[in-house]
Design a protein around this ligand. Sequence first.
Ligand code: 13P
Ligand code: 13P
Ligand code: MG
Ligand code: MG
Length: 366
Amino acid sequence: MATKITLTVIKADVGGYVGHATVHDILKQKAAEVLDDKGKGVLDDYHVTGVGDDLELIMTHRKGVDNEEVHKLAWDAFVAATQEAKKLKLYGAGQDLLSDSFSGNVRGMGPGVAEMEFVERPSEPVIIFMADKTEPGAWNFPLYKMFADPFNTAGLVIDPKMHAGFTFEVHDLMAKKRILFNCPEDIYDMLVFIGAPARFCVKSVYSRTLNEIAATSSTQRLSLIAGRYVGKDDPVCIVRCQSGMPAVGEALEPFAMPHLVAGWMRGSHNGPLMPVSVAHACPSRFDGPPRVVALGFQLAEGKLVGPVDFFADVAFDGARQMANELASYMRRLGPFEPHRLPLDEMEYTTMPEVVKKLENRFTEIE
Ligand code: 13P
Ligand code: 13P
Ligand code: MG
Ligand code: MG
């Protein structure tokens, strides 16, 4: 039997430089050092990068998903990077490490995780999408377009290996329940839920023809774990491409339309998701607008050949232009919805304090 490879992406904000804008180079160096030193015999390969203020560890190994050794390695890399962040007094140093000690698995401890195990195909193109200043539900729209919309993905019509469609695993993050939708026949039912991305998230997508995992995302919501605001969840998503999966260009195409996502300033505003290169993943205007980076790799016997920084392409200039126009429009609404998130979704809310202060001034309306 062919051996399986696991592709694991784990990310955390362990300190912003400056404010919540970027990851300082020293943090990336430190994390890479840890993966290099302690990763021998554990990892096949790794790539360290930063998107906004999030430190991203892309790793390959043979140990399967939720593996303690791999998760501990990532945790150690974040702890080492946090020490550097503290020395430099970077903003919110250690922000996403919600616990003082590691306990078997980073899930529920703060870092975001997306990982999948599969047999490496004769050619295995993958894209790692990484976003800052938004939340896991931000992937619902693009994943729907990639795997269920024939106007986006020609392969759904043309490719016999895609024509039967894909199965979406959707999580209800509040009720902690999951459901499988078989598309295309369940599309209308599914859209009822994934159109509400603050609560329902596409966790994974499976090919119905190949019976294989095609995409998976991180669905941690820090505030639900910590019970208070601790930064947005700045999600990651892995998509396998070609040969019965969406072509690389079909996986990138949804980002040509910068859809509105929750996040941005103080995790409390809707704004357009702007596709950018790693070099431009430095959200500054009103701490945004939210960014997404797409790094492509060819896997070769577990090695990460790449990356190709896809959104560096000038073909995404139009999307960036549109995102800037939408950002200006939304900013003009100031503290009004729908720029500001609805009250129940606001991460930083003064609402309870204001309500308390004004308690006695509220009177019944007859
Ligand atoms: P402070 O209240 O710590 O300034 O936090 C605000 C902030 O950084 C929101 O992004
Ligand atoms: P991050 O979640 O990226 O740390 O951003 C926090 C924030 O409040 C930005 O204004
Ligand atoms: Mg931050
Ligand atoms: Mg961030």
